[in-house]
Design a binder for this molecule. Structure first.
Ligand SMILES: Cc1cc2nc3c(=O)[nH]c(=O)nc-3n(C[C@H](O)[C@H](O)[C@H](O)COP(=O)(O)O)c2cc1C
Length: 212
């Protein structure tokens, strides 16, 4: 992708306010989103998150009042609820290292050493510190997915405007060790979305990027 194309993509992408409820993502577009979620980098590669995909209109309708009544929740064909793990343990780290051992072909001793090293970073942290780290990773995946969707001209809206406690109860997330952080609504924008092509409001580059 050349520089001009990437700049155009950054301007073309915007947080869609009005999706066309009669149109849906194609299977190919859905797969681009899923691949981005899967392939996003995370610290140590531990991926301490899960994303819940919702396409069922009844569920979307029930989520809308828990989402500040925002229309994107019902009109976007696909919702991806980004959730972080509330807790993970040494076995979780070991499972990841063993997967890497299978792929790279290193042995049991090295796997144990790597697990001890990685778990050593987390073991003295509080449960909340680990949860906070997991939440950061999940947000990173959200950002990566937004950029990937933009590059593929897929219309999205990242959304924090919902009630996490209500989502948790409705989707039984606590029982699954998950905290919902943000929703990625994805679909096809409506032709008359007022924000389509609207000027961007951004701080200047030199206000946010400092050269030392
Ligand atoms: C984490 C996050 C949460 C957001 N939550 C909402 C939301 O609940 N509803 C909404 O309409 N837009 C939401 N937005 C969109 C932002 O308002 C938007 O990205 C920002 O104003 C910049 O505009 P642009 O993305 O159109 O360039 C959210 C954006 C992010 C990154």
């Amino acid at each position: 992708m050349d520089l001009q194309t990437s700049n155009e993509i950054f301007h073309e992408r915007y947080a869609v306010k009005k999706f066309n409820a009669d149109k849906s993502l194609t299977q190919e577009q859905v797969q681009i989103i899923k691949n981005a979620i899967k392939m996003s980098p995370t610290s140590y590669g531990l991926q301490p998150f899960e994303v819940i995909e919702i396409t069922d209109s009844k569920i979307k309708k029930e989520l809308q009042p828990m989402s500040w009544n925002q229309n994107q929740i019902v009109d976007a064909s696909h919702l991806y609820i980004f959730c972080a793990y509330n807790e993970f343990d040494k076995d979780y780290v070991a499972d990841f290292v063993n997967k890497a051992a299978d792929i790279y072909g290193f042995g049991k001793d090295e796997a144990e050493g790597r697990t001890d090293f990685m778990w050593g970073v987390f073991k003295d942290q509080t449960r909340e510190q680990r949860a906070e780290w997991a939440r950061k990773q999940a947000y990173l995946v959200l950002g990566f997915t937004l950029a990937a969707a933009a590059a593929a001209h897929i219309d999205t809206c990242p959304m924090e405007g919902f009630e996490p406690e209500k989502y948790s109860s409705y989707l039984n997330l606590k029982g699954q060790n998950l905290t919902p952080l943000a929703v990625l609504a994805a679909g096809v924008k409506s032709e008359d979305d007022k924000m389509n092509g609207a000027p961007k409001v951004r701080r200047e580059e030199d206000e946010i990027i400092k050269t030392k």
